[in-house]
Design a protein. Structure first.
Length: 388
């Protein structure tokens, strides 16, 4: 395990988590990386660490360049364990290293670890660090992703160490965006945004505003996945679109069904959308992971959710998804509730309530008893979608 030199004296010393499949509930089929960076100047700086089980991998990469006891500064851009978990193991090996972090970063690190004897310095917006020929400037970006989150910028080389922002859960031995197909990277960047960053639209806009003030950004060195050097403008543009909740004229039809009747309504909605020339994507909530569903929500204008009624409730798969959706706070969407039921039919009203709770405007709901009759279903679906 060796460091990978990104530019002269600037190294990636992170770890690759090939086996990660669950990142706090998000299905990470393609694993992830925890990116840490070592900058060798008159003073030596380490930016972030890795998840605790990967400490030895990071240490081996650092040790391929320097003795860790030479590190003068450790920048902690984010307290979450995937970036700070190895810090308590590294700190005893770096006796002179000062921890540079945000105000909330210091509080967070002290709340996570025994920091006795650690020397902290708080970095604020505009704080600078000279390490010899290099100057780092610091940009706290609270809530991208936690209150402590911070980015830092290596001015002379134009490298923005962006931490969680612009990342992707993508395990790869390649380090740069021009070494993999861009479409593969963008799919993962979009899924990552939809499942992690979506609720934080205002903080993201603020972070983009601050990033826009930086001169000559040549690399965005994220804390997960690949480093952007060729497609910087594209990922910044995407973040602007996602933070503005821009969608396509596309419908997402989501359902779970006991005896296929709710599925029949889902298919009828799809058929009517097709007649109207509106693209749609249909997903069973019983068969698809909620994090994959969110990757479709991110660009869909219409969110149509259906469930059978069981024991006066919606099906648990639908309830689980709606709870997840509510927390991720998509905006500027139009909702529709649908379902088939036997005698009480509460699921449709419950779904409608949930979708309204995420500030969606609602189309008329579609509800039918038992097995939908073709003509009745057609009429109801036409009525529900007539305004589109
Ligand atoms: Fe990659 Fe918020 O941690």
């Amino acid at each position: 395990m060796k460091a990978i030199e990104l530019k002269k004296g600037i190294y990636w010393v992170g770890a690759i988590d090939w086996d990660l499949k669950n990142f706090h509930g998000y299905l990470t089929r393609r694993g992830s990386t925890y990116n840490a960076y070592l900058i060798v100047d008159e003073k030596i700086t380490l930016i972030d660490t890795v998840k605790a089980p990967f400490f030895e991998e990071m240490l081996a990469r650092i040790s391929s360049v320097i003795n860790p006891n030479q590190i003068d500064y450790i920048v902690s851009n984010h307290v979450e364990f995937d970036h700070s978990g190895a810090l308590p193991f590294l700190k005893p090996l770096t006796p002179k290293a000062k921890i540079l972090t945000s105000f909330n970063g210091e509080k967070g690190l002290k709340a996570h670890f025994d920091t006795t004897g650690w020397d902290f310095e708080i970095m604020k917006l505009g704080s600078q660090l000279k390490t010899g020929k290099y100057t780092f400037s610091f940009v706290p970006v609270p809530m991208v992703h936690w209150p402590d989150s911070m980015m830092c910028f290596l001015e002379e080389e134009g490298i923005l160490f962006s931490n969680d922002a612009f990342g992707q859960h993508l395990a790869t031995s390649q380090r740069f965006d021009d070494e993999l197909p861009l479409s593969d990277i963008m799919v993962e960047a979009e899924k990552y945004y939809a499942n992690i960053v979506l609720p934080f639209d205002m903080p993201v806009k603020k972070a983009l505003e601050e990033a826009g003030k930086l001169n000559n950004v040549t690399m965005i060195a994220t804390s997960h996945g690949i480093i952007w050097r060729k497609n910087i403008a594209k990922i910044l543009e995407k973040y602007q679109q996602w933070a503005n909740h821009e969608t396509q004229d596309k419908a997402l039809i989501l359902y779970d069904s006991m005896w296929e009747s709710t599925k029949t309504i889902a298919l009828a909605l799809g058929s009517q959308l097709e007649k109207k020339g509106i693209p749609y994507h249909l997903m069973s909530l019983g068969q698809n992971h909620i994090s994959d569903v969110m990757a479709e929500v991110i660009n869909a204008k219409y969110i149509m959710v259906g469930s059978s009624t069981v024991n006066n409730q919606m099906l648990p798969t639908v309830a689980s998804f709606l709870t997840y959706l509510k927390g991720l706070k998509p905006k500027k969407r139009i909702g529709l509730a649908f379902g088939s039921y036997g005698w009480s039919g509460e699921s449709i009203a419950h779904i409608e309530e949930f979708l309204k709770g995420t500030n969606m405007e609602m189309l008329p709901s579609v509800s039918l008893t038992y097995v939908p009759k073709k003509e009745e279903l057609k009429k109801l679906v036409e009525k529900a979608l007539e305004s589109l």
